[in-house]
Design a protein. Structure first.
Length: 631
């Protein structure tokens, strides 16, 4: 053999070759040898447990012309041009040795009156090929592939005739389509123990053809591409698209690259094959990749157009074809985009769905979120690099600032949406008795936790529900004792009864003076009893006094009772002359206020409905701006 077999196999071992690749190559050899009857017999390893049986090896038997002198000469030469017009690369048999250690070939050649035996393995030599004169009426070739090459993982496939049939058709679809167009008759019979299936022209769809071109600015060339396609009203929703080279499907196309992010009406199916001499020249020996184009971002002299450029023109051509077949998709995709804008307006600039042919709200949001995260990372890295440079051109700096501003706006919008979800949850507590005091408490800030500024504080608590200015706290504690708070603030603690008081929320702020202002909150559930609500009116001032007595240099304190203010509790509050209703009487949104001069404390009793409405009002304007911007 005019090649180092081990070297050839090593070359292919770096390529992605699957367990059935040698089968595809052997079937193609049979077809190219003019076979009309091809039989594949699978050797099965049966498992004892409930795991699927696996294929160990396979044998291919055909009635083609066999290993004639011309075919024998080609077999002994790597990368021969013997069948180049048929899409053959002359390296298929070396995929055999990438998967199996042994391949035994026995071929009866009627035209030459001989029997050919080839014991093919890694140590094969030309002299191992044996030809014996024999009178033969009909040609027949048997290729047995067995003894799997050891690998780190088991690459065998499930012994499932339907799955194997589908894999063969998918991989050889273009060749089988062309054979059908030629009127060529053949049958490929698959035998897996008692299970038998066949592949014939009846299993192969008739495909339409449409051409498109891709221009190269690098070489000023125009490259021709062909789409072979058909829609099927089979309710299977199987959308398959492949790049093809040398009459084989080489690589599956990511449907999202083509703007297909959903299903066709009535769950119809689509088969799409994209061919071109441009692909034929860039196919590799494994038949599973276009290596020169893989990961290529920018065109070059060797590869004047990229897959992204090809997909762009392919998508334009495909859009026209699909909308002709399903005109209703135009409005359906617009509706999905609107749904996505309503649900995630902060991602609107990343949707780019006006280019999509079939849109799905969830996929639109998922893809946009991925772009958003990538954009955040890339923009921050770029801006940091610019800041490290001493001299930065003004245009570059302005461009970087604009990119940062775009990302920052999206991040802010994402946070506003988060806030909207929190207010929705708080609103649900108004009518759901299972949403007790603990539920409401945890919405403001998880119980038994505390946080200092800088600990992602805007996510550690939702104190903005009361007022956005409370987001700039120095220290916040939820359901912590006075002693625990003093300890965190670095104040010496003592064991006193009042030190075990546990305000629901305690928040401290840095101020320009040496005194630190504070917020103290008591929360009662919407469905709390009147006694519990009444108790809060005395409990809150006592907590305020305890904090002021034990934590020195505490400045002004804002204190809040948060609960449902029904008519009975409103009467209790109004019976105390110190409280003033801040809204008109009769309004369902109630806030009462009193100033306790002795303790320099502003005390509010706030209805949860008021908090919900106020928080939503602060969010709604920004959300409307986002939605209008996305439109």
């Amino acid at each position: 053999m005019k090649v180092n077999l081990q070297k050839a196999v090593n070359v292919l071992s770096n390529r992605k070759i699957n367990f059935l690749q040698p089968l595809y190559e052997t079937i193609v050899n049979s077809i190219e040898a003019g076979a009309s009857d091809i039989k594949v017999i699978f050797d099965i390893e049966k498992t004892l447990d409930h795991t699927p049986n696996l294929v160990n090896s396979y044998t291919v038997i055909d009635n083609g012309e066999g290993f004639t002198q011309k075919n024998r000469d080609a077999f002994l030469e790597l990368w021969t041009n013997n069948k180049i017009k048929l899409g053959a690369k002359g390296s298929g048999r070396f995929t055999w040795l990438n998967i199996f250690k042994h391949v035994e070939i026995e071929s009866m050649v009627a035209s030459e009156g001989c029997k050919v035996n080839i014991p093919f393995n890694i140590n094969f030599d030309d002299s191992d090929l044996n030809v014996e004169d024999l009178s033969i009426e009909e040609s027949k070739t048997v290729v047995r592939l067995y003894d799997i090459v050891e690998r780190k993982r088991d690459i065998r496939v499930e012994a499932n005739a339907e799955l194997i049939k589908k894999a063969i058709i998918d991989h050889l679809l273009l060749k089988l389509v062309l054979l059908k167009e030629e009127g060529r008759h053949y049958v490929i019979n698959l035998h897996l123990d008692d299970e038998e299936l066949s592949i014939s022209p009846n299993d192969i769809p008739d495909l339409k053809e449409s051409d498109f071109t891709v221009d190269s600015d690098i070489t000023n060339e125009v490259f021709d591409f062909q789409m072979h396609y058909e829609f099927f009203d089979d309710q299977k929703s199987e959308i398959k698209a492949f790049y093809c080279a040398n009459f084989r499907t080489v690589k599956e196309i990511n449907l999202s690259y083509l703007g297909i992010n959903g299903s066709f009406p009535n769950n119809s199916s689509l088969t799409l094959l994209v061919t071109s001499e441009y692909f034929d020249e860039r196919d590799d020996d494994s038949r599973n990749e276009l290596p020169g184009l893989k990961g290529l971002k920018d065109p070059n002299l060797d590869n004047p157009v990229t897959l992204k450029m090809i997909n762009t023109d392919l998508k334009d051509q495909l859009r026209h074809i699909i909308f002709q077949e399903y005109p209703e998709l135009i409005e359906a995709t617009k509706r999905e985009l609107e749904k996505a804008r309503d649900e995630a307006p902060h991602l609107a600039i990343y949707f780019e769905t006006e280019d999509d042919i079939i849109g799905d709200k969830d996929v639109i949001i998922k893809n946009a979120r991925k772009k958003f995260e990538n954009s955040k990372s890339e923009t921050r890295m770029k801006f940091q690099k610019i800041l490290k440079k001493n001299n930065v051109p003004t245009d570059n700096f302005i461009e970087a600032i604009n990119e940062v501003s775009t990302v920052a706006a999206a991040e802010l919008a994402e946070y506003i949406l988060y806030r909207d979800q929190i207010t929705d949850a708080l609103e649900k507590s108004l009518s759901d008795e299972s949403k007790n005091e603990s539920f409401i408490h945890n919405l403001f800030m998880p119980m038994k936790t505390d946080s200092f500024r800088g600990d992602d504080s805007y996510l550690q608590s939702n104190l903005w529900l009361l007022d956005d200015k409370f987001m700039t706290y120095y220290y916040a504690a939820s359901d912590k004792t006075v002693n625990q708070i003093k300890n965190e603030l670095g104040i010496e603690t003592t064991v006193k009864a009042d030190h075990r008081r546990r305000p629901d929320l305690t928040v401290y702020y840095n101020t320009d003076s040496e005194y630190r202002n504070a917020v103290v909150v008591e929360i009662k559930g919407v469905f709390a009893s009147n006694d519990e609500k009444n108790k809060a009116i005395t409990e809150l001032p006592n907590n305020v006094v305890t904090l002021r007595q034990n934590i020195e240099k505490t400045g002004t304190i804002w204190s809040y009772i948060i609960t449902d203010i029904d008519s009975y509790f409103a009467q209790t509050i109004e019976n105390q002359d110190r409280y003033t209703l801040l809204f008109n009487k009769g309004s369902e949104y109630k806030v009462y206020y009193a100033y306790f001069e002795r303790n320099d404390t502003h005390q509010y009793i706030v209805d949860i409905k008021t908090i919900v409405r106020d928080a939503k009002d602060r969010n709604v304007t920004f959300l409307d701006i986002l939605k209008n911007r996305s439109n």
